[in-house]
Design a binder for this molecule. Structure first.
Ligand code: ADP
Length: 449
């Protein structure tokens, strides 16, 4: 095991990694930007190092600054968390060339899965179903129209390099396709510096179901079951649960095996996720692989009794997986709510500022992963997610009751949060019955308009 690592991230995930390291006796160096210099979580790391100003491009995204910090602090490895540089193959490559282990998959795997169109090809080669769509990247509107003509509207245009729900546009006819193509192309170029676009059939009201993988450097690949992440806004997840309450055992079995097969075929190492959408008839389609730790990893940890961050550290330090597939048991239901400093009643507008009151829930079955506290000033520079509320109970009904209790106890004042929205979700009869899809939040907001 490593004796000392650098954490190239911030907020709740930096603290999550600090905690795993402390349990394992690994000493931590927390990298921080000037906007985070007074953040309380930094004091839980063994050491701290400033990597630049508030702007991510000059701190959390600055490979040069992070590598310099790692060298000065003489660490053996870097944990990138999620977001920022977590899936950046150049960063992983530079870590290796400086003899610093990158806690994540190999450079080749990062390149492969970072291109969603390539990942789609790999799935097809492995006979894992993908959403009907283009066989090659679409270069212009004429090609796009041709593909849409073949698969039929509605279609979704996606950036091959896309992520975080960006670079995707839906088109319902030839007219809207032209505009959607133009907008998606602009977004792809601006956000990902890559114009590659492809087209898929837009599946109406699917469920998003994903499989957690662990793979070591000794040929062992296992899955830890699936998560349902259908409660989304603008294609970004808000609430996740494990296991998925609505798929059949045969679908579950199939997608879990497919994820292991795909992980093997790309030489996957470390923790990763293979995502699928499931249509109303129960057909499943691979959509992408995420070569990193996911925000929603705690729900899988709770139902399987594992610690995915510790597993990442063990794998990256070359230890063989101790857990065998047969020993993986999913117990009960875990649900996570992402607590975002956003105003859900106003188009999810970000709400930065000072937290004037903070009281976190507790009691049986409640886990809070957050770095914020009473008096904390949320900087405007980063993601709106300030923490995660996770519950774990023996059954889904009990997990829902527990989540209602926890949301009721949770007090955050000074900034708007998504808690009031979640209070509505957990009393909604369709949600309680497990009858929901990716259109759920939009419907809920529409009903209350
Ligand atoms: P990102 O990489 O930006 O996260 P994904 O490809 O993982 O994008 O898709 C994010 C979400 O977008 C999915 O969970 C789903 O809600 C929606 N989505 C993606 N592809 C399709 C599709 N073909 N049809 C319907 N919805 C889709």
């Amino acid at each position: 095991m490593f004796s000392r690592i650098l954490i190239a991230n911030r907020g709740e995930i930096a603290l999550r990694i600090i905690r795993a390291c402390r349990d394992l006796g690994v000493s931590t160096v927390a990298a921080y930007s000037q906007a985070d210099r007074n953040a309380t979580y930094l004091k839980f790391a063994d050491e701290r190092v400033c990597i630049g100003p508030a702007q991510s491009a000059e701190s959390y995204l600055s490979i040069q600054n992070i590598i310099s910090a790692a060298e000065i602090k003489n660490v053996q490895a870097i944990h990138p968390g999620y977001g920022f540089l977590a899936e950046n193959p150049s960063f992983a490559e530079i870590c290796h060339s400086h003899k610093i282990a990158f806690i994540g998959p190999t450079v080749d795997t990062l390149k492969l899965l970072g291109d969603k169109f390539q990942a789609r090809k790999i799935a097809r080669d492995n006979r894992v179903p993908v959403v009907p769509g283009s066989d090659s990247l679409v270069r212009d509107e004429v090609e796009a129209r041709k593909v849409a003509g073949n698969i039929g509207y509605p279609v979704i245009i996606k950036a091959a390099a896309g992520g975080g729900g960006r670079g995707m546009r839906i088109a319902h006819n030839d007219m809207s396709l032209a505009n959607a193509f133009f907008v998606a192309q602009g977004e792809a170029k601006a956000a990902f510096k890559d114009e590659g676009l492809y087209i898929e059939k837009y599946i109406e009201r699917p469920r998003h179901v994903e499989v957690q993988i662990l793979a070591d450097h000794h040929g062992s690949v296992i899955h830890l079951g699936e998560r349902d992440c259908s409660i989304q806004r603008r294609h970004q997840k808000l609430i996740e649960e494990a296991p998925c309450p609505s798929i059949s055992d045969s679908t579950r079995d199939y997608i879990c095996r497919a994820a292991v097969k795909l992980a093997r075929s790309v030489g996957y190492r470390n923790a990763g996720t293979f995502e699928f959408i499931v249509d109303r008839k129960g057909n499943y389609y691979f959509i992408e692989g995420n070569a990193r730790l996911q925000v929603e990893h705690p729900v899988t940890e709770m139902v399987t009794g594992t610690d995915i961050v510790k597993e990442q550290l063990r794998i990256a330090s070359d230890e063989p997986l101790r857990l065998k597939q047969k020993k993986v048991k999913v117990q009960g239901t875990a649900i996570e709510c992402r607590i975002n400093a956003e105003d859900a009643s106003n188009g999810f507008a970000p709400s930065a500022g000072a937290i004037t009151k903070f009281h976190a829930p507790g009691g049986p079955g409640v886990r809070i992963d957050t770095y914020v506290h009473h008096g904390y000033e949320i900087p405007p520079n980063y993601d709106a997610m300030i923490g995660k509320l996770i519950v774990h109970q023996a059954s889904r009904d009990e997990a829902i009751a527990c989540m209602r209790r926890a949301l009721h106890e949770f007090e955050i004042e000074g900034v708007k949060t998504t808690i009031p929205l979640y209070q509505r979700v957990f009393t909604d009869s369709a949600f309680v019955k497990g009858e929901f899809d990716t259109g759920f939040i939009e419907d809920l907001l529409e009903r209350n308009r």
